[in-house]
Design a protein around this ligand. Structure first.
Ligand code: KG4
Ligand code: ZN
Length: 366
């Protein structure tokens, strides 16, 4: 299904599933997407002393700031609640205390203003995020890589995803974060590790290549994490740390590219004669080494390559507003008693048949 609507939809999006309180207004008119505002309030300072996200602190911080952030998003857009045609809130997966804050706020706006509500799957938000920056038609092959998720999905249209592969242990962003911690870097580790890796020699420390012999599209990062932690113990200089950071970044990027390459081959076989598109989204898509490897892999297989603008790689509400607007355009709305869901796989059939997801720092990974 493609969002082939005629009337413009102006949607307030709300995102509270992890450690960002975010609100945005997006207008979808036909195939034209316009981000009218996007406000992200980060809680990094509140969680940093604990080296990761503390669910109770996150939920409380969302309660304290959601009003002001939503008001700021409307102000930045130059609109009032009366100008909206719908409200979209993340309803999962994620830390459920936080999810409930944004979803309840969204329900209250919908009820008070008589607006339709869309309960958005956070992963669907990431899936559409590249559509915020450039024209990107369905269908496409998606690598979704963030702190809580690592999966390859065939995205056939709005709400229509088939999972081709998933992580059997950590998500890629989680691997970045955990290894960064062993290198003494602050939370969140991914961007800090990328910075440290600059100028490092990725060849100096050999790291294991996980699941290389397997023919599927699943990922694994736990062996890499253990190996890196062992090497980190013996490091002496800043140059040593730089080289290990570069090796880790390269190893993660390489695995993401190898598994994406496999998925591209399978996907291309199922879409003969079609324009082939490969998209990467999620926080880890902000990493330049990862992007470069994936772009090269896509070029080799004859796929076009797209990634969201950097601001829409990590969690934001513009992607939630767009996912909501696309659903709204197809008449896909949700009742006011829609539930907050800690787990909510995009491809429920695949998740039930092969439950690779395990609870992680940011909730379920599938
Ligand atoms: O999408 P996101 O904001 O939250 C989730 O839905 O999980 O992703 C956050 C993750 C964190 O693990 C963070 O370390 C990682 O994305 N990340 C990066 C970079 N920027 C964010 N990892 C590697 N390099 C980066 N530049
Ligand atoms: Zn996310």
């Amino acid at each position: 299904m493609s969002p082939a609507q005629t009337v413009p939809h102006t949607v307030l999006g709300l995102e509270t599933s992890c450690d960002e309180t975010a609100a945005a207004v997006v207008r979808l008119d036909g195939e034209t997407v316009e981000v009218l505002s996007s406000v992200v309030g980060s809680q990094i300072a509140e969680h940093a002393p604990y080296g990761g996200v503390v669910p109770e602190i996150a939920a409380r911080a969302h309660v304290e700031s959601i009003d002001a952030i939503a008001a700021a998003a409307l102000k930045e857009a130059g609109l009032g609640y009366g100008d909206l045609t719908g409200v979209a809130a993340t309803a999962g997966p994620g830390l459920v205390g936080g999810v409930m804050v944004g979803l309840s706020f969204g329900k209250a706006v919908a009820l008070a203003r008589g607006l339709p509500l869309v309960a958005v799957n956070h992963l669907e938000g990431h899936a559409v995020s590249a559509r915020l920056g450039a024209h990107l038609p369905y269908p496409f092959l998606l690598l979704l890589v963030s702190g809580g998720h690592c999966q390859l999905l065939a995205v056939d249209g709005v709400g229509a995803c088939r999972r081709l592969g998933s992580t059997i242990d950590d998500a890629a962003g989680e691997a970045f974060d955990k290894i960064a911690k062993t290198l003494g870097l602050p939370y969140p580790g991914g961007p800090a590790l990328e910075k440290l890796a600059e100028g490092g020699d990725p060849e100096r420390f050999p790291l294991p290549r996980m699941l290389l012999g397997r023919k599927d599209c699943d990922f694994s990062f736990s062996g890499l994490k253990t190996a890196a932690a062992r090497i980190a113990e013996g490091l002496e200089s800043e140059a040593d740390r730089r080289d290990l950071a570069a090796a880790v970044q390269e190893a993660i990027a390489r695995q993401l590219a190898e598994k994406s390459d496999r998925a591209m081959q399978a996907y291309a076989a199922g879409h003969p004669g079609e324009g082939l598109r490969f998209v990467v989204a999620g926080g880890v898509a902000a990493n330049r080494a990862v992007r470069a490897r994936l772009q090269a892999a896509a070029a080799t297989r004859g796929f076009s390559f797209a990634a969201p603008p950097l601001a829409y790689c990590t969690d934001n509400a513009a992607m939630i507003a767009l996912a909501g607007a696309e659903r709204l355009a197809l008449g896909m709305t949700d009742p006011l008693d829609a539930a907050a869901r800690p787990r909510w796989p995009l491809d429920a059939t695949a998740a039930a048949a092969n439950p690779t997801h395990v609870p992680g720092r940011k909730g379920a990974k599938a």
